[in-house]
Structure formats: structure tokens, C-alpha cells
Design a protein around this ligand. Structure first.
Ligand code: HSE
Length: 340
């Protein structure tokens, strides 16, 4: 099948998925009969461009990497107009996350779904704040709203639950959902100072544009909210989830944990309780060294699912990054391609 793709937000993830699509063009065609043209890009730094027959992507990538504005196929349409009027069949929403308002991503997703286009996104805003509303529009328009990249980048979580784990009841989820804070706690254990290690996490590109969201636990809380809505199927609001970050963890706390045979981890957890309700929270916890989550170090993420048929399953993998999140977008594009 030939897909017409629009990319909204040509930053780290937008460029990451473009590189993957270019590198794997032949393999995707041969193995999965997946063919594509990228027909539109909207980006507030580089500009909005559109060519219904396909953009010159190597040129677009080169210009973006050189921090130059796009020089070909420029259009005067604003982003919403471009989403609505272009001939894309699938819109990849890859702008920055705003977990307070969800904007501008929520408007982009709504415009795309309402005009009958599939949406694939790694943006936590629409998924954490408006999942059910977006899914309703998608169902009405008979298109897909796919969000694998919003939780633990390309490490399979949401698609795993819907795919190979379908039929298992998930009763609890516990995990490390934020790479920045896990990296910081790992380095603090080696003796590094909180402020210095936060700067390194920012330089390495793990942290959000505003790292407060990472260290205060809001990023992990957004992911817990997505898991609650999507995996547990229980409608929940982000501000109903108790949330405490790692800002108060000191060198002395780290020493105490070590003495007790434990290690601090920022844990997001969701558990089914009586009456069809769920209990959800984010907080720093001392995890015993024998628990699988205790060995997950650096920027890695991990989730332990408690299931009725298989017991506990832990999945560990990268939770952020250019290619890692780009891959999440590719998996969702391939799901659309296969008719799911
Ligand atoms: N800032 C996030 C993290 C990026 O550190 O995990 C991925 O959502």
C-alpha cells in the first residue's frame, strides 16, 4: 500500500522517523509492501511545505540539520489548514509535549482525525489528556489514533498489550517510566551531584524542554495516565494521580537505601482495586536489589506487568531518543499498513 505521510514537528523524532524511512525504503517495500511519500511537513522553525507528489526529503533533512529554513515547496497555509487540505492519509504528530493544555498537538490531532486521516503520535499531550475524545473521533471517521511512541519510546508496550498479550488480564503495572530521572539516580549513586547530573541529562537530550516535568514526576504521571486509559481501560484524569518527583532525594537517602540492600527508583504504578477502579501514583521508592526493576540503570525504562495467566512480565528498553522514538512511529505506520 502507498501511504501519503504528513509530519507535524520536524525536531528530533520527526527527523528520526524520516531517516529510518529513507534508510529502510527498499526493505519496507520488499518485506511489508509498505510504500510511502512524505507529502507535507509543518514546523515552526523550518516552515510549512507541501507537495502532493512527495517532498524531496534528503534535501529537507539537510536543511533542517543545517538549521536553515526549507527552501522548496513552501506554502502559505498554517499548520491546521495544511493538515486539513493536504492529501496525506496519515499524519505523524511529533511536536513538543505540553502536559498542561495538550496544545498545539491536540488541535493538530483533532484536525487530522476529523478530516479522515490516521494519526500516529509520540506526543504525550493528546494521549494523556484527551485519549478517549480523540479515539471517539477516530472511530467515527474509521481511522486509527496510534500512540505507541508516547510510553517508553519504541520499546513495545501498548502494541504488545493489544497484540501478543491480548487475552491476558493486566491487574497491575509498575515501572520506571522516565529516562532522565533514572539516569540521574544512577549517576547520583556513583557520587555525582543533583544539579550537575541534571545538566548532563539535558545535554544528552533525555530531559524535556522544561526538565521540571521530568524531576517532579509529571512526565511519568502523563505515561501512567496513558497506561490507565489505554491498557486498563479505565477513564482517568492526569491530576487525579498522586505525584512526587526526585527533587528531594539526597546523597544521604541514597546511602541509606544502599545500606538496606535497596536502590531508589522513580516508580509509576497502577493497580486494579475493588469496584472497577484503579489506584495510580508516581513516587520515588526504595526497590530491593533482587527486584528486576532495581537492575535497570541509566536512561533505560522498564515496566513489570502483573497478569492473570502469565504472572509477572518485565520489559526493559530505551525510553527516549531519536531512532528509538522514530521506531515507535514506524511500528504504528506498519500496523496501519497491515490493516492491523
Ligand atoms: N523526558 C522523557 C524521559 C523523554 O526522560 O523519559 C521520553 O518521554
Amino acid at each position: 500500500m502507498k501511504h501519503k505521510i504528513a509530519i507535524i514537528g520536524f525536531g528530533t523524532v520527526g527527523q528520526g522517523i524520516t531517516e529510518i524511512l529513507l534508510e529502510k525504503k527498499e526493505e519496507l517495500k520488499k518485506k511489508y509492501k509498505f510504500e510511502y511519500d512524505i507529502v507535507a511537513i509543518a514546523d515552526f522553525t523550518y516552515g510549512n511545505v507541501y507537495n502532493p507528489k512527495g517532498l524531496d526529503m534528503p534535501k529537507m533533512l539537510k536543511e533542517a540539520k543545517a538549521k536553515k529554513k526549507f527552501s522548496k515547496d513552501n506554502v502559505k497555509l498554517n499548520t491546521i489548514q495544511l493538515i486539513e487540505k493536504c492529501n496525506a492519509t496519515v499524519v505523524c504528530e511529533l511536536t513538543y509535549t505540553d502536559l498542561k493544555t495538550g496544545k498545539p498537538a491536540v488541535d493538530h490531532v483533532k484536525a487530522a482525525l476529523s478530516s479522515g486521516k490516521h494519526v500516529v503520535t509520540s506526543n504525550k499531550g493528546p494521549a494523556a489528556l484527551k485519549y478517549l475524545e480523540m479515539k471517539k473521533i477516530a472511530d467515527k471517521k474509521k481511522v486509527k489514533f496510534l500512540i505507541e511512541g508516547t510510553v517508553v519510546a519504541g520499546t513495545p508496550i501498548l502494541n504488545l498489550i493489544e497484540g501478543p498479550l491480548a487475552g491476558c488480564e493486566i491487574t497491575a503495572i509498575k515501572g520506571i517510566l522516565n529516562g532522565t530521572t533514572n539516569y540521574m539516580l544512577t549517576e547520583m549513586e556513583k557520587g555525582m551531584d543533583y544539579k550537575a547530573v541534571l545538566r548532563v541529562a539535558q545535554d544528552l537530550g533525555y530531559a524535556e524542554a522544561d526538565p521540571t516535568g521530568d524531576v517532579e514526576g509529571h512526565d511519568a504521571r502523563g505515561k501512567v495516565c496513558i497506561l490507565g486509559n489505554v491498557v486498563m481501560g479505565v477513564p482517568m484524569k492526569i491530576d487525579e494521580i498522586d505525584c512526587k518527583g526526585i527533587t528531594k532525594i539526597t546523597a544521604a537517602d541514597i546511602k541509606t537505601a544502599k545500606e538496606k540492600g535497596c536502590r531508589w527508583k522513580l516508580i509509576g504504578s497502577i493497580e486494579k482495586v475493588k469496584g472497577g477502579k484503579i489506584k495510580a501514583s508516581v513516587s520515588p521508592q526504595m526497590v530491593e536489589l533482587t527486584h528486576p526493576l532495581a537492575g535497570v540503570m541509566g536512561a533505560k525504562n522498564a515496566l513489570t506487568f502483573t497478569t492473570d495467566l502469565l504472572g509477572d512480565i518485565t520489559i526493559v528498553g530505551p525510553g527516549a531518543g531519536r531512532k528509538e522514538t522514530g521506531f515507535a512511529i514506524l511500528t504504528d505506520l506498519l500496523r496501519i499498513n497491515s490493516g492491523m
